[in-house]
Design a protein around this ligand. Structure first.
Ligand code: MF3
Ligand code: CO
Ligand code: CO
Length: 254
């Protein structure tokens, strides 16, 4: 495994990239109105990232991904491709933003609702959010990746939802997806040991129904096999001497 440790200067660049990524999500919130297409959301974010932030939208052309952001609506688990799909009242959408600034990546996603969500959409978004935070709270030097996975999984399954296994968090830095893989399930005290200066993402995907997923023929869009709802949140996190620092907090959390 090739895990990178960031120097204090590199940590500062990761802070900047993380803040920019979360700023995009802060900006896009007011645009989530009935009648907007996911392509329009992509265009607004692309313009903001490139022209206001002077940064690079990492998904664009990443392994052939055609757009600047991921938009995953309702039963789409992740990697939804922006399209002419029009959002309507009650839709739940994950918007996943990754920017590159000064050579470093910041990666974060949130759930948004168009109008009023169903009880179930609200609930799965809440459990995914709580699961992400319980995972993040495990992070400190000497803790292991299995501690993160266990914390997420036990919360999700206690609430009778399921954790997607095929996709996971990751190390992040000069490269979008670095080692190690950060699974959102696991056993306490197992797996790779965390060290000060590592940066990684925690980004659980939580399904209302079964955990199984299917990749659509476009080669990107991941959906639940049972077509029930899915939710995801993501933060980029730095391992500090005494715990963790979340690099992608939103304006209201700073
Ligand atoms: N941002 C996603 C992640 O959290 C990766 C998207 S890859 C893309 O790791 F190509 F679909 F953009
Ligand atoms: Co990520
Ligand atoms: Co992401």
């Amino acid at each position: 495994m090739n895990v990178t440790i960031k120097s204090p200067e590199e940590q500062d660049k990761m802070r900047t990239a993380g803040r920019l990524a979360s700023n995009v999500l802060d900006m896009i919130g007011e645009h989530l109105q009935p009648g907007v297409s996911t392509d329009q959301l992509d265009q607004i974010c692309h313009q903001y990232i490139t022209e206001v932030q002077r940064a690079i939208p990492a998904p664009l052309n990443y392994r052939g991904f055609p757009k600047s952001i991921c938009t995953s609506v309702n039963h789409v688990v992740c990697h939804g491709i922006p399209s002419d799909r029009i959002l309507k009242n009650g839709d739940a959408i994950n918007i996943d933003i990754t920017v590159i600034k000064d050579g470093f990546h910041g990666d974060t996603s949130r759930m948004f609702f168009v109008g009023k969500p169903s009880v179930q959409a609200q609930r799965v978004a809440d459990i995914a959010y709580e699961g992400m935070w319980l995972g993040i709270e495990q992070i400190a030097p000497g803790k292991r990746l299995g501690d993160i996975g266990y914390a997420v999984q036990q919360h999700v399954e206690k609430n009778r939802f399921s954790v997607v296994r095929e996709y996971c968090g990751h190390g992040i830095g000069r490269t979008f997806h670095e080692d190690p893989q950060v699974l959102h399930y696991g056993r306490r005290g197992t797996g790779f040991e965390l060290q000060e200066g590592m940066t990684l993402t925690v980004e659980p995907m939580v399904n209302v129904g079964k955990r199984h997923v299917k990749l659509l023929p476009d080669g990107w869009t991941v959906v639940t096999k049972d077509h029930k709802l899915s939710a995801q949140w993501e933060h980029t996190v730095l391992v500090t001497a005494d715990g963790y620092e979340v690099l992608t907090l939103g304006a209201e959390q700073r």
